[in-house]
Structures are given as C-alpha cells and as structure tokens.
Write a protein that binds this ligand. Structure first.
Ligand SMILES: [Zn+2]
Length: 232
C-alpha cells in the first residue's frame, strides 16, 4: 500500500486521510514505520471503502468539465467544478489567472444545472456591482436621475434595454466584455432615458458622453457572439 507519511511534533496519535485516490498517514515523531504499517493493515477495508466512495464522486466531477477558461471583463478566468458539501462558489481574485471554484452539493441530482446556477450567480454579481458603480458615475455627468430599477438577465439579441418607467436591463453576457465596452452600453441605455428611440438626437447625446462609441459598437459586432457560454 502506497502512502505519504507526515510527521508532526504536536500530534499525539496516528491518523489517516484518503483524498483524491491517495493515502496520507499522520503520525507523531518516534512512532516506528513497522508499527504504522501494521496498524495500516488493520485499516485496509476502511481505506478501500473510502477510495471507492471517492471514485464515485470523481465520475460526477467530469460534468460539465473539470475546469475551463472563460472571460471576466475580457480577462481570463479559470473555472473548477467539484462536488462538495454545499452548492456555492468561491473566487480567488489574487491568483494568476484568477480562479473560480464552483461547487455542487452531492445531494443535488442535476449537477450541470447547479454548476450553471452558481456560475451565473457569480457572474451576475460581478456585472451588477460594476454597472451600479458606473451608472452612478454617468448619471451625475449626464445630469440624469438614477434609473428606477436595474436588472441583469440573459438576452439572445440585445445588450440592454430601457423602458418608459426608467427601468434598465443589461445582458448578463456583457460580463465577458472589456469595461470600456460595458461603459458604452451603459451610456447608450442612459441616453434612452431622454430619447426612447435611435434618432439623431439620441446618438448625439451618446457621443457627448461617450465620443468613441463606434469602436464599442464595432467590438460588440465582432466579439459579441463569443461572449456566449454553454453548459451541457
Ligand atoms: Zn438603444
């Protein structure tokens, strides 16, 4: 039986841990190897059982993929999926590239759907806090009152919308775009608060607060389709 031995001064007893198909033995200094191996032999059945149980989980982890890379504000983000005690996400912003750990509870039947829910929950939070901050910035520059409502949703064919009740909606997929492109969509929707159409006056207002808007519309035409993500 292969194992890794970790000795510690503070430890008083021998213990074992099975993780990712490998066995670690924790022991105090001074305990003889012969004794450890004899003791391990008595634990063989339990160890086999643990390895078997974890291999069952391993199969589930391949859904949808063990890991993949995706863009967050046009920067690479590595995703890891795993079965865990609870369904949640954990973001490690300081790593290079940043890592997002997406977990699905072992009790959940539809893993892929839960992975997608957790992943989109994270992405929504990122986009929402960015847009909220920029809306405050542009509203004060444009002399507009804050919109009545802000919603993030997944649209097939549009990046944002604005209605007569001053409620703004943004496409969740924008979260993969660079900040300067998202800023354009924000200015576009805020300009609709004054003009609910695409008239000359409307575009004049957009260009007043976002002069290079043509670069942004071009970027969305070129890269818009690649912002899509697929969970299968
Ligand atoms: Zn528009």
């Amino acid at each position: 039986m292969e194992y890794t031995l970790k000795r510690s001064r503070r430890r008083k007893t021998v213990a074992i841990k099975v993780h990712q198909q490998s066995l670690t033995v924790y022991a105090p200094y001074g305990v003889a190897i012969a004794y450890i191996e004899q003791w391990l032999a008595t634990k063989q059945a339990w160890i086999n059982q643990q390895v078997y149980k974890q291999s069952q989980h391993q199969d589930l982890r391949q859904f949808p993929l063990d890991s993949l890379q995706i863009r967050l504000f046009d920067e690479l983000l590595t995703l890891h999926f795993e079965i865990n005690k609870t369904s949640c996400w954990q973001f490690f912003a300081n790593m290079n590239p940043p890592q997002l750990q997406v977990s699905c509870s072992g009790r959940v039947k539809k893993h892929t759907a839960m992975y997608q829910t957790q992943f989109e929950d994270f992405m929504r939070e990122q986009l929402e806090s960015y847009i909220e901050m920029r809306i405050r910035h542009y509203c004060s520059r444009m002399g507009e009152e804050l919109p009545s409502n802000l919603k993030i949703t997944t649209y097939k064919r549009r990046w944002g919308s604005c209605n007569q009740r001053r409620a703004l909606t943004f496409n969740l997929l924008l979260v993969g775009a660079p900040h300067w492109v998202i800023d354009y969509v924000i200015v576009h929707e805020l300009a609709h608060l004054k003009y609910l159409n695409h008239s000359h006056r409307f575009w004049h207002r957009v260009s007043e607060f976002y002069p290079d808007y043509k670069y942004a519309t071009q970027w969305l035409k070129q890269h818009g389709a690649s912002l899509q993500w697929v969970f299968e």
